[in-house]
Design a protein around this ligand. Sequence first.
Ligand SMILES: Cc1cc2nc3c(=O)[nH]c(=O)nc-3n(C[C@H](O)[C@H](O)[C@H](O)COP(=O)(O)OP(=O)(O)OC[C@H]3O[C@@H](n4cnc5c(N)ncnc54)[C@H](O)[C@@H]3O)c2cc1C
Length: 319
Amino acid sequence: MSAPDPSTSPYDAVVIGGGPAGLQAALTLGRMHRRVLLLDSGEYRNARAEHLQNFVTRDGTPPAEFRAAARAELTAYSTVTVREAAATAVVPDGDGFRVELGAEPGADGPESLATRTVLLATGLRDTLPAIPGLDGLFGTVAAVCPYCHGHELSGKHVAVLGNGPHVARVAFLLERIASRLTVLADGGDLEPGIRAQLDDAGVAVRPEPVKELNRSATGATVSFAEGPSAEVGGVFVASEFAQRAPFAAQLGLRMQESGAVEVDPMGRTSVPGVFAAGDMAHTSATPMPLASVLVAAASGLLAATTADGELLARAHPAP
Ligand SMILES: Cc1cc2nc3c(=O)[nH]c(=O)nc-3n(C[C@H](O)[C@H](O)[C@H](O)COP(=O)(O)OP(=O)(O)OC[C@H]3O[C@@H](n4cnc5c(N)ncnc54)[C@H](O)[C@@H]3O)c2cc1C
């Protein structure tokens, strides 16, 4: 039998995203012999991190190695196709969807693929505070999550950049790990209650605007608009995040206040047939995505299981 034509014969699922959420979703669907296409545009949230931490059996693995291992596992499932291609649009079409792909090098033109369900796992894009030098340190010396990158700074002087209420929480998460903690308030006013909490805990505060950060032999040198510079082993920052892909907006998916897609505990979005997993989505139980590789993979499994169950229900409606 020749392979079905994907422009007319629909996939069971198109998974958009080749990070941990999409890779796990494709594995789950492949194991159920669903015809699935995984699209990966190669833009991963942890692309600049040297190691992936806090994932049992994978602690310390380079993220690219993790993805390569997952891709290798998918080759065992003949109904799974992986393409390094960017989707440009997802459009409802009858009781399914069409996924549009931009023209790839060497292709005749843009492609349009039919699918019965769509599983979005397109992740988030981070924007960092506009401090010279910070962007170049992101993923190595500068990090967002103490659970992922705190332990590696054991016994070092650690900085927490920012002046919002979150700085105290981040500093306190690190107080058993760092030898010394300094909040870099960057010219902003810390709320007096927060300042008092930091003072009580022995966390230093540098109120001056941060001029720049430069990589040093032991971490980074922080220069201020005035006063002496500081040598730190690492710096924690709060990024602003946004959807990496336009599909939530295109499909009119219901959103959370955080800017993530609203899903139910099984990965269903507000549009039937569209599922979402990973950092781009979360339930109403949390104020923001629980950004971690293990959680992303787990939510990919859940959403894929739900998509598979709904395909099953369509094939075998309740008597
Ligand atoms: C600097 C940094 C370090 C981190 N370190 C850790 C750590 O040590 N441990 C940990 O557990 N977590 C860590 N995290 C968090 C972790 O990276 C995320 O939770 C995880 O990557 C989320 O997985 P995801 O599959 O949802 O998204 P991503 O991994 O971001 O993958 C998104 C996928 O969608 C694809 N995509 C997007 N748009 C399109 C499109 N239009 N067409 C086709 N494909 C598309 C991308 O190419 C990519 O394949 C870190 C995050 C950052 C920022």
